[in-house]
Write a protein of this length. Structure first.
Ligand SMILES: Cc1cc2nc3c(=O)[nH]c(=O)nc-3n(C[C@H](O)[C@H](O)[C@H](O)COP(=O)(O)OP(=O)(O)OC[C@H]3O[C@@H](n4cnc5c(N)ncnc54)[C@H](O)[C@@H]3O)c2cc1C
Length: 301
């Protein structure tokens, strides 16, 4: 029996977990994730925001999946450090989790700039299920939605909010040559965002670099993704721009640590991965772990 700890419960982490369960029953699997919900299909979140799919169809499994399969599911838990020499993952509450194999599938996150007011209620990073669920709810009553970040993503999301009948302000550059024809859309490319203003904790407006304030009810940071790997900062794990460097077997520079999905990178290969590729990587890591374990058993018997 091996203790396998998976950091991340999205496409890469879940596909690894599922493949481990399918091919061997005798492992002790722990899944650690920041969300409180079961594993979900992050690539369908835009369709979910558009109301094209129901909430139940976003999930890979129901909450009983973990109990039924004897998986220790540490939800709403954050890994803050790992110790590759002692084979430990350490959580924010200082719980230490021991592993024989560690799978890092911690993905990416939005790089939020240091703007005053960025923590106001009504301000979100557009990335994970729980935030997007709240955005979806708030969009029902918001008059004006403001998007800040990468132009292509801001445009795609802006169109969704226009279709929902909202006023949309996009602060981004360069401005695309072709924009939807709508008097409800304003694209701001000549001014910077200088402050997010609230009344108490609640978002009320944004302030631009010329001093002008615009009333907004929902504010989203979009795109500008970086590796979610800050818990590796004091380790000797090799990274490139924060992304974990892996070999063809998705093994990092410690033989019992694997990385897969959008947090993992082969040297010099910085291209974004499709969701299908991410799922394949999770399955491949599971198979590599099981092969390695079989080999180790043969050598000791
Ligand atoms: C809105 C949206 C729409 C998308 N649309 C498409 C699309 O149409 N086509 C496509 O190919 N791709 C799309 N993608 C990209 C695709 O979803 C990603 O490639 C995929 O989600 C990457 O999966 P992942 O498992 O590597 O990481 P992520 O989905 O980023 O999941 C990371 C997991 O790690 C956990 N985690 C992170 N840090 C920690 C920590 N310190 N401690 C504990 N847990 C941690 C998180 O809680 C999460 O469970 C979209 C993504 C989003 C967000």
């Amino acid at each position: 029996m091996s203790k396998i700890v998976i950091i991340g419960n999205s496409l890469a982490g879940f596909s690894c977990c599922e493949a481990l369960l399918k091919n061997a029953q005798d492992n002790e699997i722990t899944v650690i994730a920041q969300e409180k919900v079961p594993a979900y299909k992050a690539h369908l979140l835009t369709e979910y925001l558009k109301d094209e799919i129901k909430e139940k169809d976003v999930f890979f499994c129901d909450k009983d999946f973990y109990i039924k399969n004897k998986i220790k599911f540490l939800k709403e838990a954050k890994v803050v450090r790992i110790d590759p020499k002692k084979h430990l993952a350490v959580l924010k509450d200082n719980t230490k989790i021991n592993y024989d194999y560690l799978v890092i599938a911690s993905g990416q996150k939005v790089d939020i700039p240091d703007i005053p007011g960025k923590t106001k209620d009504g301000v979100f990073a557009f990335y994970n299920f729980e935030e997007i669920k709240e955005i979806r709810g708030r969009a029902l009553i918001a008059n004006t939605v403001c998007l800040w970040g990468e132009p292509a993503i801001a445009l795609k999301l802006g169109e969704i909010f226009l279709n929902k009948g909202r006023e949309v302000k996009i602060i981004s550059k360069p401005k695309p040559e072709v924009l939807p024809v709508s008097e409800k859309l304003e694209w701001i490319d000549d001014l910077e965002l200088s402050e997010i203003i609230g009344e108490g904790a609640e978002l009320k407006a944004i302030k631009l670099s010329n001093g002008k304030a615009i009333g907004v009810d929902l504010f989203l940071f979009v795109g500008n993704l970086i590796a979610a790997s800050e818990f590796l900062k004091d380790t000797d794990l090799k990274t490139e721009e924060g992304y974990i460097l892996v070999n063809d077997a998705f093994q990092a520079n410690f033989e019992d640590i694997f990385a897969c999905g959008s947090v993992a990178r082969k040297q010099g290969m910085a291209e974004a991965k499709s969701w299908e590729a991410v799922i394949n990587e999770g399955q491949l890591v599971a198979n590599k772990i099981l092969e390695g374990r079989k080999l180790a058993c043969q050598q000791t018997s």
